[in-house]
Design a protein around this ligand. Structure first.
Ligand SMILES: Cc1cc2nc3c(=O)[nH]c(=O)nc-3n(C[C@H](O)[C@H](O)[C@H](O)COP(=O)(O)OP(=O)(O)OC[C@H]3O[C@@H](n4cnc5c(N)ncnc54)[C@H](O)[C@@H]3O)c2cc1C
Length: 440
């Protein structure tokens, strides 16, 4: 009698764009008992990062920009844990589970979808003062932090402190930085109407960018136009300028400019998740996993990768530049993940994986309520139409019908009742009142 073989164990590391879409593709197409799928992430949800600036600015409820993994991956095993080590030679991944215990997981097929982490520079004070915007927790924190600064500024009697509290600095002029800056500046300007002693002109937003332009994803002219729009709103833009120090909230720039700022938002780029550099899988000089165009890790037909953590050849550009790799963005991550799940299924069934090919469609960014910029389908789009395009594109791209509807309702409510500007700063220290009561 033939012995029934065990289902192939597929282990997915990371439940972001790539992890979620790969798992969705697999659970849809796998036959019963063909394979088991386990997905590991320290968070129980996927985060739709392009909506984080709007979540921080109060246009979208933060819970609606995340997709609960357990709810949508009903045929997969979801493990809330952090990957510490990948040893492919032993086909073992070491994880730290949510309760703190360490566990080793075995696999037959591995998908590395660990994304990226902020790229920090050795700038004095950055680690202590900087705030990122890559997680939903950071978006919630930023929103409460910025609004709390308005509350503090409205009550202080010290003019220097007031100036410092009302100075907000963003470092990095890529998409994440510009969207965060534009959305939060919009929010603070709107919120000042509720403070009798703070005028919109009292609030100072500063952008610092080391390159000579912002938004490298769009054409030069659109980058220049965006700087003009930001400056018209009173935002100070420092191009070709590096941040030198943030010690104790005192900002020093390479052109000699100095000022105090209680808020430093750091969005100056990302690098591949360092877990892969510590593994026995091949990485390039930027610390990304070396991938083939079929999304295998080079030299390993049983290991797959995609997204920000991987150096995937960009076949739409390799004719001109043989070293071209896909940029780290959601446009590629989603498409690579869908392709990846098809390739895994093909390999399991004895087929041949195919190469990933995608020609960049362009880019679109929101610049606050009713404002945007887009460079897509060979068109340059500015202002209100670009903002509409931004919203339409992202609600279309947001995973699950449930989340799309919730976000549309958030926007409709915002249109009806205007944006919510209440600070829930207590969230950052929720036990304070209880502890105070216990001492009285
Ligand atoms: C503010 C912001 C705005 C953006 N806007 C756009 C945009 O408009 N358009 C666009 O195309 N792209 C945009 N991006 C980029 C886009 O979000 C990323 O390129 C995309 O998320 C990459 O997908 P990924 O699956 O590789 O990584 P991620 O989506 O980041 O997923 C990585 C996952 O790995 C998990 N993880 C991390 N470490 C571990 C560990 N040790 N163990 C287990 N799991 C781990 C994380 O929790 C996460 O869930 C934006 C990014 C940000 C931050």
């Amino acid at each position: 009698m033939a012995v029934k073989s065990e289902p192939t164990r597929i282990l997915i590391l990371g439940g972001g764009y790539v992890g979620l879409y790969t798992a969705l593709g697999l659970q849809k197409k796998l036959r019963a008992n063909e394979a088991s799928v386990t997905i590991v992430d320290p968070q129980p949800h996927m985060t739709y990062q392009p909506f984080l600036p709007e979540a921080a600015a109060g246009s979208i409820e933060p819970r609606h920009v995340v997709v609960p993994l357990r709810r949508v991956l009903r045929r997969c095993h979801v493990l809330t844990a952090r990957v510490n080590k990948v040893e492919h030679e032993r086909k073992t991944v070491t994880v730290e589970a949510a309760d703190g215990h360490i566990e080793q997981l075995g696999y037959d097929v591995l998908v590395v979808a660990l994304g990226s982490v902020p790229r920090l520079l050795p700038i004095p004070g950055l680690a202590e003062q900087g705030i990122g915007i890559k997680t939903v927790g950071e978006a919630i924190y930023l929103r409460n932090h910025v609004l709390t600064k308005l509350d503090e500024a409205s009550s202080t009697l010290d003019p220097d402190l007031r100036k410092r509290l009302l100075t907000f600095t963003v470092v990095g002029g890529g998409f994440a930085g510009i969207e965060a800056l534009a959305e939060l500046e919009d929010m603070t300007r709107f919120a000042t109407r509720y403070y009798s002693n703070i005028e919109p002109e009292d609030v100072r937003w500063v952008l610092v960018e080391a390159a000579g332009r912002i938004l490298p994803e769009v054409r030069d002219t659109l980058g220049v136009w965006t700087v003009e729009q930001l400056e018209k709103r009173g935002i100070e833009v420092y191009l070709s300028t590096a941040a030198k120090s943030f010690e104790n909230g005192h900002v020093v720039l390479s052109d000699g400019t100095e000022f105090d700022s209680d808020t430093i938002i750091w969005t100056a780029g990302v690098k591949a998740n360092p877990v892969v550099a510590g593994s026995d899988l091949p990485t390039d000089k930027r610390g990304r996993l070396e991938a083939t165009a079929a999304l295998n890790v080079v030299g390993h037909s049983d290991v797959w990768t995609a997204g920000d953590v991987a150096a995937v050849p960009d076949l739409s550009r390799t004719e001109d530049d043989p070293t071209a790799t896909c940029p780290p963005n959601a446009q590629h991550a989603v498409r690579q993940a869908r392709h990846l799940s098809k390739n895994i299924i093909a390999s399991l069934r004895g087929g041949k994986p195919t190469d990933y090919y995608h020609k960049n469609l362009g880019a679109v960014a929101g610049l606050g309520l009713h404002k945007g910029v887009a460079d897509a389908m060979k068109m340059k789009i500015k202002g209100f139409p670009a903002w509409l395009f931004h919203r339409a594109y992202h609600v279309h791209a947001m995973p699950t019908f449930n989340r799309k509807v919730r976000i549309l309702l958030d926007w409709a409510l915002g249109g009806l009742f205007r944006r919510e500007t209440i600070s829930l700063g207590q969230i950052n220290n929720p036990k304070e009142e209880f502890t105070r009561a216990s001492k009285s």
